[in-house]
Write a protein that binds this ligand. Structure first.
Ligand code: GLA
Length: 492
Protein backbone atom coordinates (compact mmCIF):
# COMPACT_ATOMS: atom_id res chain seq x y z
CA UNK A 1 0.00 0.00 0.00
CA UNK A 2 1.29 3.43 -0.86
CA UNK A 3 1.65 6.07 -3.56
CA UNK A 4 3.30 6.01 -6.99
CA UNK A 5 4.32 9.10 -8.99
CA UNK A 6 3.50 7.96 -12.53
CA UNK A 7 -0.27 8.48 -13.00
CA UNK A 8 -0.31 12.12 -11.94
CA UNK A 9 3.24 13.37 -12.51
CA UNK A 10 4.79 11.15 -15.20
CA UNK A 11 8.15 12.54 -16.30
CA UNK A 12 7.97 15.82 -14.36
CA UNK A 13 8.65 13.95 -11.11
CA UNK A 14 11.24 15.65 -8.88
CA UNK A 15 12.30 16.00 -5.27
CA UNK A 16 9.81 18.74 -4.42
CA UNK A 17 6.83 16.80 -5.79
CA UNK A 18 7.84 13.64 -3.95
CA UNK A 19 8.30 15.56 -0.69
CA UNK A 20 4.84 17.15 -1.03
CA UNK A 21 3.17 13.83 -1.78
CA UNK A 22 4.98 12.09 1.07
CA UNK A 23 3.89 14.86 3.45
CA UNK A 24 0.29 14.48 2.28
CA UNK A 25 0.42 10.71 2.79
CA UNK A 26 1.86 11.16 6.27
CA UNK A 27 -0.75 13.73 7.34
CA UNK A 28 -4.08 12.90 5.63
CA UNK A 29 -4.80 9.68 7.55
CA UNK A 30 -3.45 7.34 4.86
CA UNK A 31 -0.29 6.50 6.78
CA UNK A 32 -2.33 5.48 9.83
CA UNK A 33 -4.56 3.40 7.56
CA UNK A 34 -1.48 1.44 6.40
CA UNK A 35 -0.28 3.16 3.21
CA UNK A 36 3.49 3.12 3.59
CA UNK A 37 5.44 3.15 0.31
CA UNK A 38 6.26 6.34 -1.62
CA UNK A 39 7.40 5.13 -5.04
CA UNK A 40 9.27 7.25 -7.58
CA UNK A 41 8.41 5.91 -11.04
CA UNK A 42 9.99 6.61 -14.43
CA UNK A 43 11.53 10.03 -15.10
CA UNK A 44 13.84 10.14 -12.07
CA UNK A 45 16.86 9.12 -14.13
CA UNK A 46 17.77 10.16 -17.68
CA UNK A 47 20.09 7.26 -18.52
CA UNK A 48 23.50 8.72 -17.64
CA UNK A 49 26.21 6.61 -15.98
CA UNK A 50 29.75 7.51 -14.90
CA UNK A 51 32.87 5.71 -16.15
CA UNK A 52 32.36 2.99 -13.53
CA UNK A 53 28.78 2.41 -14.68
CA UNK A 54 27.18 4.09 -11.66
CA UNK A 55 23.85 5.85 -12.22
CA UNK A 56 24.17 9.66 -12.40
CA UNK A 57 21.07 11.82 -11.80
CA UNK A 58 20.29 15.50 -12.46
CA UNK A 59 21.41 17.44 -9.34
CA UNK A 60 18.67 20.08 -9.89
CA UNK A 61 15.95 17.43 -10.00
CA UNK A 62 17.32 15.75 -6.84
CA UNK A 63 19.05 18.47 -4.78
CA UNK A 64 20.25 18.30 -1.18
CA UNK A 65 17.30 18.53 1.21
CA UNK A 66 19.25 19.00 4.44
CA UNK A 67 22.61 20.62 5.22
CA UNK A 68 25.50 18.25 4.70
CA UNK A 69 23.85 16.43 1.77
CA UNK A 70 25.18 16.44 -1.81
CA UNK A 71 23.07 17.58 -4.77
CA UNK A 72 22.28 14.70 -7.11
CA UNK A 73 22.26 12.00 -4.44
CA UNK A 74 19.11 9.84 -4.40
CA UNK A 75 19.85 8.97 -0.77
CA UNK A 76 18.49 12.46 0.09
CA UNK A 77 14.93 11.74 -0.96
CA UNK A 78 14.98 8.21 0.50
CA UNK A 79 16.08 9.69 3.85
CA UNK A 80 13.34 12.34 3.63
CA UNK A 81 10.67 9.69 3.04
CA UNK A 82 12.04 7.66 5.96
CA UNK A 83 11.99 10.75 8.20
CA UNK A 84 8.18 10.72 7.85
CA UNK A 85 8.01 7.10 8.97
CA UNK A 86 7.37 5.88 5.40
CA UNK A 87 9.20 3.56 3.01
CA UNK A 88 10.83 4.59 -0.27
CA UNK A 89 10.45 3.02 -3.70
CA UNK A 90 12.25 3.45 -7.01
CA UNK A 91 11.90 2.25 -10.59
CA UNK A 92 13.97 0.70 -13.36
CA UNK A 93 13.57 -1.61 -16.36
CA UNK A 94 14.75 -5.19 -16.84
CA UNK A 95 16.00 -4.28 -20.33
CA UNK A 96 18.66 -1.94 -21.62
CA UNK A 97 16.59 1.02 -22.69
CA UNK A 98 13.63 1.33 -20.36
CA UNK A 99 10.39 2.95 -21.52
CA UNK A 100 12.01 6.26 -22.50
CA UNK A 101 9.21 8.07 -20.72
CA UNK A 102 6.53 6.36 -22.74
CA UNK A 103 3.91 7.58 -23.67
CA UNK A 104 4.68 11.27 -23.26
CA UNK A 105 6.12 13.50 -25.93
CA UNK A 106 9.53 15.10 -25.59
CA UNK A 107 13.03 13.77 -26.04
CA UNK A 108 13.61 10.06 -25.61
CA UNK A 109 16.15 9.14 -22.95
CA UNK A 110 17.86 5.90 -23.87
CA UNK A 111 19.80 3.51 -21.57
CA UNK A 112 17.38 4.01 -18.68
CA UNK A 113 17.21 0.28 -17.93
CA UNK A 114 19.36 -1.93 -15.70
CA UNK A 115 20.31 -4.71 -18.11
CA UNK A 116 24.03 -5.39 -17.84
CA UNK A 117 24.03 -3.66 -14.41
CA UNK A 118 21.63 -5.74 -12.33
CA UNK A 119 23.99 -6.30 -9.39
CA UNK A 120 25.34 -2.77 -9.49
CA UNK A 121 21.95 -1.03 -9.71
CA UNK A 122 19.99 -3.05 -7.16
CA UNK A 123 22.85 -2.70 -4.70
CA UNK A 124 22.89 1.03 -5.41
CA UNK A 125 19.13 1.35 -4.79
CA UNK A 126 19.50 -0.51 -1.53
CA UNK A 127 22.53 1.58 -0.46
CA UNK A 128 20.62 4.77 -1.22
CA UNK A 129 18.03 3.48 1.24
CA UNK A 130 15.21 2.35 -1.06
CA UNK A 131 12.91 -0.38 0.25
CA UNK A 132 11.00 -1.19 -2.94
CA UNK A 133 11.85 -1.44 -6.62
CA UNK A 134 9.45 -1.60 -9.56
CA UNK A 135 11.06 -3.28 -12.56
CA UNK A 136 9.39 -2.46 -15.89
CA UNK A 137 9.56 -4.38 -19.16
CA UNK A 138 9.87 -1.92 -22.10
CA UNK A 139 13.50 -2.80 -22.79
CA UNK A 140 12.96 -6.51 -22.16
CA UNK A 141 9.99 -6.56 -24.56
CA UNK A 142 11.88 -4.66 -27.28
CA UNK A 143 14.75 -7.11 -27.04
CA UNK A 144 12.27 -10.03 -27.13
CA UNK A 145 13.58 -11.45 -23.88
CA UNK A 146 11.97 -14.08 -21.68
CA UNK A 147 10.33 -12.46 -18.65
CA UNK A 148 10.77 -15.59 -16.55
CA UNK A 149 14.53 -15.59 -17.21
CA UNK A 150 15.18 -11.86 -16.82
CA UNK A 151 13.06 -11.43 -13.69
CA UNK A 152 14.69 -14.47 -12.06
CA UNK A 153 18.06 -12.78 -12.61
CA UNK A 154 16.70 -9.55 -11.17
CA UNK A 155 15.29 -11.44 -8.15
CA UNK A 156 18.68 -12.99 -7.46
CA UNK A 157 20.45 -9.61 -7.81
CA UNK A 158 17.94 -8.13 -5.34
CA UNK A 159 18.62 -10.92 -2.85
CA UNK A 160 22.38 -10.40 -3.17
CA UNK A 161 21.90 -6.66 -2.56
CA UNK A 162 19.73 -7.39 0.49
CA UNK A 163 22.44 -9.64 1.93
CA UNK A 164 25.05 -6.90 1.58
CA UNK A 165 23.02 -4.00 3.00
CA UNK A 166 20.71 -5.90 5.35
CA UNK A 167 17.79 -3.89 3.93
CA UNK A 168 14.70 -5.55 2.40
CA UNK A 169 14.10 -4.45 -1.20
CA UNK A 170 10.53 -5.36 -2.14
CA UNK A 171 10.29 -6.62 -5.73
CA UNK A 172 7.49 -5.30 -7.97
CA UNK A 173 7.39 -6.92 -11.42
CA UNK A 174 5.84 -4.79 -14.17
CA UNK A 175 5.58 -7.03 -17.23
CA UNK A 176 1.91 -6.18 -17.99
CA UNK A 177 0.82 -9.82 -18.22
CA UNK A 178 2.36 -10.21 -21.68
CA UNK A 179 4.08 -13.52 -20.87
CA UNK A 180 1.60 -14.86 -18.28
CA UNK A 181 3.62 -13.84 -15.21
CA UNK A 182 1.05 -15.50 -12.90
CA UNK A 183 2.58 -18.78 -14.10
CA UNK A 184 6.22 -17.94 -13.27
CA UNK A 185 6.27 -14.88 -11.00
CA UNK A 186 5.30 -16.53 -7.68
CA UNK A 187 8.66 -17.47 -6.16
CA UNK A 188 10.69 -16.37 -9.23
CA UNK A 189 14.42 -16.58 -8.48
CA UNK A 190 13.58 -17.91 -4.99
CA UNK A 191 12.05 -14.61 -3.86
CA UNK A 192 9.74 -14.82 -0.82
CA UNK A 193 7.21 -12.22 -1.75
CA UNK A 194 6.42 -10.24 -4.83
CA UNK A 195 3.73 -8.56 -6.90
CA UNK A 196 3.37 -8.73 -10.68
CA UNK A 197 1.36 -6.55 -13.01
CA UNK A 198 -1.29 -8.46 -14.92
CA UNK A 199 -2.12 -5.90 -17.62
CA UNK A 200 -1.27 -2.58 -19.22
CA UNK A 201 -1.87 0.83 -17.69
CA UNK A 202 -5.44 1.76 -16.66
CA UNK A 203 -4.79 5.04 -18.48
CA UNK A 204 -1.76 6.98 -19.67
CA UNK A 205 -0.77 9.60 -17.08
CA UNK A 206 -2.91 12.68 -16.47
CA UNK A 207 -0.53 15.49 -15.48
CA UNK A 208 -2.88 18.40 -14.82
CA UNK A 209 -0.13 21.02 -14.46
CA UNK A 210 1.25 20.36 -17.95
CA UNK A 211 -1.85 21.81 -19.67
CA UNK A 212 -0.87 19.55 -22.53
CA UNK A 213 -3.62 18.85 -25.10
CA UNK A 214 -2.93 15.09 -25.04
CA UNK A 215 -3.19 14.94 -21.26
CA UNK A 216 -6.31 17.12 -21.35
CA UNK A 217 -8.06 14.44 -23.45
CA UNK A 218 -7.42 11.68 -20.92
CA UNK A 219 -10.58 10.90 -18.98
CA UNK A 220 -10.96 7.67 -16.99
CA UNK A 221 -14.10 5.58 -17.28
CA UNK A 222 -15.46 2.76 -15.14
CA UNK A 223 -14.68 0.48 -18.09
CA UNK A 224 -10.94 1.28 -17.85
CA UNK A 225 -11.00 0.21 -14.20
CA UNK A 226 -13.14 -2.89 -14.80
CA UNK A 227 -10.98 -4.06 -17.72
CA UNK A 228 -7.91 -3.89 -15.52
CA UNK A 229 -9.67 -5.84 -12.76
CA UNK A 230 -10.83 -8.59 -15.12
CA UNK A 231 -7.44 -8.95 -16.80
CA UNK A 232 -5.95 -9.45 -13.36
CA UNK A 233 -8.03 -12.36 -12.06
CA UNK A 234 -5.60 -15.27 -11.71
CA UNK A 235 -6.55 -16.56 -8.27
CA UNK A 236 -4.62 -19.83 -8.53
CA UNK A 237 -1.35 -17.85 -8.42
CA UNK A 238 -2.19 -15.61 -5.48
CA UNK A 239 -1.38 -16.54 -1.91
CA UNK A 240 0.00 -14.81 1.14
CA UNK A 241 3.12 -13.09 -0.18
CA UNK A 242 2.34 -13.33 -3.90
CA UNK A 243 -0.13 -10.95 -5.48
CA UNK A 244 -1.52 -10.11 -8.89
CA UNK A 245 -1.05 -6.36 -9.40
CA UNK A 246 -4.08 -4.76 -11.09
CA UNK A 247 -2.16 -1.45 -11.66
CA UNK A 248 -1.77 1.76 -9.71
CA UNK A 249 -5.06 3.22 -8.52
CA UNK A 250 -6.71 6.17 -10.24
CA UNK A 251 -9.07 7.07 -7.39
CA UNK A 252 -10.47 10.58 -7.73
CA UNK A 253 -8.62 11.30 -10.99
CA UNK A 254 -10.24 12.98 -14.00
CA UNK A 255 -13.42 11.13 -14.98
CA UNK A 256 -13.77 9.17 -11.73
CA UNK A 257 -16.97 9.72 -9.73
CA UNK A 258 -17.89 8.66 -6.19
CA UNK A 259 -19.55 5.55 -7.66
CA UNK A 260 -16.58 4.58 -9.86
CA UNK A 261 -14.27 5.26 -6.90
CA UNK A 262 -16.37 2.74 -4.93
CA UNK A 263 -16.09 0.18 -7.73
CA UNK A 264 -12.31 0.72 -7.85
CA UNK A 265 -11.73 0.54 -4.10
CA UNK A 266 -14.15 -2.36 -3.63
CA UNK A 267 -12.61 -4.53 -6.33
CA UNK A 268 -8.98 -3.78 -5.42
CA UNK A 269 -9.73 -4.51 -1.76
CA UNK A 270 -11.58 -7.71 -2.59
CA UNK A 271 -8.70 -8.82 -4.84
CA UNK A 272 -6.03 -8.01 -2.19
CA UNK A 273 -4.34 -6.13 -5.04
CA UNK A 274 -1.54 -3.69 -4.25
CA UNK A 275 -3.15 -0.37 -3.28
CA UNK A 276 -0.61 1.96 -4.86
CA UNK A 277 -2.49 5.21 -5.29
CA UNK A 278 -1.43 7.17 -8.39
CA UNK A 279 -3.53 10.26 -7.69
CA UNK A 280 -2.22 13.67 -6.59
CA UNK A 281 -2.60 13.21 -2.83
CA UNK A 282 -2.66 16.96 -2.20
CA UNK A 283 -5.95 17.20 -4.15
CA UNK A 284 -8.00 14.22 -2.96
CA UNK A 285 -11.63 14.99 -2.13
CA UNK A 286 -12.85 14.03 1.36
CA UNK A 287 -15.07 11.36 -0.26
CA UNK A 288 -12.15 9.71 -2.11
CA UNK A 289 -9.95 9.91 0.96
CA UNK A 290 -12.56 8.34 3.19
CA UNK A 291 -12.94 5.42 0.76
CA UNK A 292 -9.17 4.92 0.61
CA UNK A 293 -9.05 4.94 4.40
CA UNK A 294 -12.17 2.82 5.00
CA UNK A 295 -10.96 0.46 7.74
CA UNK A 296 -13.45 -2.32 6.99
CA UNK A 297 -12.55 -2.36 3.28
CA UNK A 298 -8.87 -2.38 4.24
CA UNK A 299 -9.46 -5.30 6.63
CA UNK A 300 -10.89 -7.24 3.67
CA UNK A 301 -7.84 -6.25 1.62
CA UNK A 302 -5.44 -7.27 4.39
CA UNK A 303 -7.03 -10.63 5.15
CA UNK A 304 -4.13 -12.98 5.98
CA UNK A 305 -4.99 -15.40 3.15
CA UNK A 306 -4.89 -12.55 0.63
CA UNK A 307 -7.01 -14.43 -1.92
CA UNK A 308 -8.68 -13.08 -5.03
CA UNK A 309 -12.47 -13.30 -5.37
CA UNK A 310 -14.39 -15.84 -7.42
CA UNK A 311 -17.31 -14.73 -9.58
CA UNK A 312 -20.09 -17.03 -8.34
CA UNK A 313 -23.22 -15.63 -9.90
CA UNK A 314 -24.64 -13.19 -12.41
CA UNK A 315 -28.34 -13.11 -11.42
CA UNK A 316 -29.10 -10.84 -14.37
CA UNK A 317 -26.80 -9.71 -17.19
CA UNK A 318 -24.28 -7.16 -15.89
CA UNK A 319 -25.07 -7.76 -12.20
CA UNK A 320 -22.20 -9.80 -10.82
CA UNK A 321 -21.55 -11.40 -7.44
CA UNK A 322 -17.85 -11.69 -6.58
CA UNK A 323 -16.89 -13.56 -3.41
CA UNK A 324 -13.62 -13.64 -1.50
CA UNK A 325 -13.12 -16.48 1.00
CA UNK A 326 -11.41 -15.18 4.13
CA UNK A 327 -9.07 -16.72 6.70
CA UNK A 328 -11.72 -16.85 9.45
CA UNK A 329 -13.92 -19.93 8.82
CA UNK A 330 -17.30 -19.05 7.34
CA UNK A 331 -16.35 -15.46 6.59
CA UNK A 332 -16.82 -14.05 3.09
CA UNK A 333 -16.38 -10.61 1.58
CA UNK A 334 -18.83 -10.00 -1.24
CA UNK A 335 -19.07 -7.41 -3.98
CA UNK A 336 -22.32 -6.86 -5.82
CA UNK A 337 -21.14 -5.12 -8.95
CA UNK A 338 -23.84 -3.44 -11.00
CA UNK A 339 -22.49 -2.75 -14.49
CA UNK A 340 -25.91 -1.82 -15.89
CA UNK A 341 -27.71 1.49 -16.39
CA UNK A 342 -30.48 0.66 -13.93
CA UNK A 343 -30.69 -0.01 -10.21
CA UNK A 344 -30.23 -3.72 -9.32
CA UNK A 345 -32.30 -5.51 -6.65
CA UNK A 346 -30.40 -8.56 -5.45
CA UNK A 347 -31.15 -11.34 -2.99
CA UNK A 348 -27.99 -13.35 -2.39
CA UNK A 349 -28.03 -17.11 -2.88
CA UNK A 350 -25.97 -18.40 0.07
CA UNK A 351 -25.53 -21.81 -1.53
CA UNK A 352 -23.54 -20.17 -4.33
CA UNK A 353 -21.25 -18.57 -1.75
CA UNK A 354 -20.33 -21.99 -0.36
CA UNK A 355 -22.27 -21.33 2.87
CA UNK A 356 -24.54 -23.67 4.72
CA UNK A 357 -27.66 -21.51 4.96
CA UNK A 358 -27.96 -17.79 5.63
CA UNK A 359 -25.07 -16.15 7.51
CA UNK A 360 -25.43 -15.03 11.13
CA UNK A 361 -24.33 -11.48 10.37
CA UNK A 362 -24.17 -9.33 7.27
CA UNK A 363 -22.44 -5.98 7.18
CA UNK A 364 -22.58 -3.06 4.77
CA UNK A 365 -18.91 -2.04 4.55
CA UNK A 366 -19.30 1.40 2.96
CA UNK A 367 -21.76 2.53 5.60
CA UNK A 368 -20.26 0.59 8.50
CA UNK A 369 -23.50 -0.98 9.72
CA UNK A 370 -25.11 -4.38 10.07
CA UNK A 371 -28.16 -5.36 8.10
CA UNK A 372 -31.13 -6.41 10.22
CA UNK A 373 -31.36 -9.79 8.50
CA UNK A 374 -29.30 -11.71 5.99
CA UNK A 375 -32.23 -12.15 3.64
CA UNK A 376 -32.62 -8.48 2.85
CA UNK A 377 -33.25 -7.46 -0.73
CA UNK A 378 -30.20 -5.37 -1.58
CA UNK A 379 -30.41 -2.38 -3.83
CA UNK A 380 -27.31 -1.35 -5.81
CA UNK A 381 -27.48 1.83 -7.93
CA UNK A 382 -26.52 1.78 -11.61
CA UNK A 383 -22.74 1.55 -12.24
CA UNK A 384 -21.95 1.14 -8.57
CA UNK A 385 -20.73 -1.51 -6.16
CA UNK A 386 -21.94 -2.71 -2.77
CA UNK A 387 -19.33 -4.27 -0.50
CA UNK A 388 -20.50 -6.71 2.18
CA UNK A 389 -18.87 -8.82 4.82
CA UNK A 390 -20.72 -11.88 6.15
CA UNK A 391 -20.09 -14.49 8.86
CA UNK A 392 -21.72 -17.83 8.32
CA UNK A 393 -21.06 -21.57 8.30
CA UNK A 394 -18.87 -23.14 5.64
CA UNK A 395 -20.31 -26.20 3.96
CA UNK A 396 -18.47 -29.29 5.11
CA UNK A 397 -15.23 -29.70 3.15
CA UNK A 398 -13.75 -32.86 1.63
CA UNK A 399 -10.57 -33.55 3.56
CA UNK A 400 -7.46 -35.15 2.12
CA UNK A 401 -4.52 -36.13 4.29
CA UNK A 402 -1.09 -35.57 2.85
CA UNK A 403 1.15 -38.54 2.32
CA UNK A 404 4.70 -37.16 2.62
CA UNK A 405 4.65 -34.37 0.06
CA UNK A 406 1.62 -35.51 -1.92
CA UNK A 407 -2.11 -35.31 -1.73
CA UNK A 408 -3.48 -38.16 -3.78
CA UNK A 409 -6.98 -39.40 -4.55
CA UNK A 410 -8.45 -35.92 -4.79
CA UNK A 411 -11.60 -35.48 -6.84
CA UNK A 412 -10.91 -33.00 -9.64
CA UNK A 413 -12.45 -29.60 -8.93
CA UNK A 414 -15.19 -28.57 -11.35
CA UNK A 415 -14.99 -24.81 -10.80
CA UNK A 416 -12.50 -22.47 -9.11
CA UNK A 417 -12.68 -23.75 -5.54
CA UNK A 418 -11.59 -22.54 -2.13
CA UNK A 419 -9.29 -24.84 -0.14
CA UNK A 420 -7.39 -24.62 3.13
CA UNK A 421 -3.99 -26.18 3.44
CA UNK A 422 -2.86 -27.23 6.92
CA UNK A 423 0.88 -27.39 7.50
CA UNK A 424 3.69 -27.15 10.03
CA UNK A 425 6.80 -25.08 9.42
CA UNK A 426 9.21 -25.18 12.34
CA UNK A 427 12.13 -23.68 10.38
CA UNK A 428 11.54 -20.32 12.10
CA UNK A 429 11.20 -18.43 8.83
CA UNK A 430 8.95 -18.07 5.79
CA UNK A 431 9.52 -20.89 3.33
CA UNK A 432 8.67 -20.91 -0.36
CA UNK A 433 6.91 -24.18 -1.27
CA UNK A 434 6.42 -25.13 -4.91
CA UNK A 435 3.12 -26.80 -5.62
CA UNK A 436 1.88 -28.61 -8.70
CA UNK A 437 -1.11 -30.62 -9.74
CA UNK A 438 -1.88 -33.28 -12.31
CA UNK A 439 -4.02 -30.60 -13.97
CA UNK A 440 -0.93 -28.56 -14.85
CA UNK A 441 -1.24 -26.05 -12.00
CA UNK A 442 2.20 -24.85 -11.01
CA UNK A 443 2.68 -22.17 -8.40
CA UNK A 444 4.50 -21.22 -5.21
CA UNK A 445 3.19 -20.67 -1.70
CA UNK A 446 4.82 -18.45 0.85
CA UNK A 447 4.44 -20.43 4.07
CA UNK A 448 4.88 -18.53 7.35
CA UNK A 449 6.53 -20.30 10.31
CA UNK A 450 4.48 -22.10 12.97
CA UNK A 451 5.36 -22.38 16.65
CA UNK A 452 5.93 -25.68 18.50
CA UNK A 453 3.37 -28.33 17.65
CA UNK A 454 0.90 -25.79 16.25
CA UNK A 455 -0.16 -26.00 12.66
CA UNK A 456 -0.87 -23.08 10.34
CA UNK A 457 -3.24 -22.73 7.42
CA UNK A 458 -2.93 -21.11 4.03
CA UNK A 459 -5.80 -20.34 1.68
CA UNK A 460 -5.84 -21.45 -1.95
CA UNK A 461 -8.15 -21.04 -4.89
CA UNK A 462 -7.77 -24.21 -6.92
CA UNK A 463 -8.65 -23.75 -10.60
CA UNK A 464 -11.18 -26.11 -12.15
CA UNK A 465 -9.72 -29.50 -12.97
CA UNK A 466 -7.23 -29.52 -10.07
CA UNK A 467 -6.52 -32.99 -8.74
CA UNK A 468 -3.66 -34.63 -6.84
CA UNK A 469 -1.22 -32.04 -5.59
CA UNK A 470 2.46 -32.47 -4.92
CA UNK A 471 4.74 -30.15 -3.00
CA UNK A 472 8.41 -29.40 -3.55
CA UNK A 473 10.99 -30.55 -1.01
CA UNK A 474 11.76 -28.39 2.00
CA UNK A 475 11.20 -28.00 5.73
CA UNK A 476 7.42 -27.57 5.49
CA UNK A 477 5.30 -30.59 6.50
CA UNK A 478 2.00 -30.48 4.62
CA UNK A 479 -0.68 -32.14 6.79
CA UNK A 480 -4.00 -31.91 5.03
CA UNK A 481 -6.08 -30.11 2.48
CA UNK A 482 -9.73 -29.21 3.07
CA UNK A 483 -11.51 -28.59 -0.23
CA UNK A 484 -14.75 -26.67 0.20
CA UNK A 485 -17.74 -27.50 -1.94
CA UNK A 486 -18.15 -24.55 -4.25
CA UNK A 487 -21.16 -24.85 -6.49
CA UNK A 488 -20.78 -24.27 -10.19
CA UNK A 489 -22.34 -21.19 -11.66
CA UNK A 490 -23.70 -20.77 -15.14
CA UNK A 491 -21.50 -17.72 -15.66
CA UNK A 492 -18.14 -19.34 -14.82
C1 GLA B 1 4.80 1.46 -18.12
C2 GLA B 1 4.23 1.00 -16.77
C3 GLA B 1 3.68 2.18 -16.01
C4 GLA B 1 4.77 3.22 -15.82
C5 GLA B 1 5.34 3.61 -17.17
C6 GLA B 1 6.54 4.52 -17.09
O1 GLA B 1 3.81 1.93 -18.96
O2 GLA B 1 3.22 0.05 -16.98
O3 GLA B 1 3.17 1.78 -14.76
O4 GLA B 1 5.78 2.71 -14.99
O5 GLA B 1 5.76 2.46 -17.90
O6 GLA B 1 6.99 4.82 -18.36
Amino acid sequence: MGWNSWNSFANIVNSQIVQQQAQALASNGMKEAGYEYVVIDEGWWLGERDAAGNIVVDPKQWPAIKPGQQNGDMANIAAYIHSLGLKAGIYTDAGRDGCSMYPDSGPKYMNTGSEGHYDQDFLQFSKWGFDYVKVDWCGGANEKRSGAVQYAQVARAIQRAEKITGRKLFFSICEWGSQNPWVWAPGVGGIQSTIWRTGGDIIPPVVESLHDPDHAKRVISAKNVLDSFEAGIHPEAQHTGYYNDLDMMVMGMRGMTEATDRIHMGLWALASAPLMVGSDLTRLSPATLSLLNNREALAIHNDPYGLQPIKVDEPSPGVQIWVKPMAIPGRRAIAILNRTDTVAQVKLDWHKLGLDGAPKTMRDVWNGRDFAGADALLSVPAHDLALLSVNGEDKKPDEYLANQSEIAGMNATRVPTFARLEYANISGHVVVVLMKSTSGLFTALSIPPTAGSNTGTAGLILPSGTADLSFGPGPVAVRKLAVYPWPSSSSQ
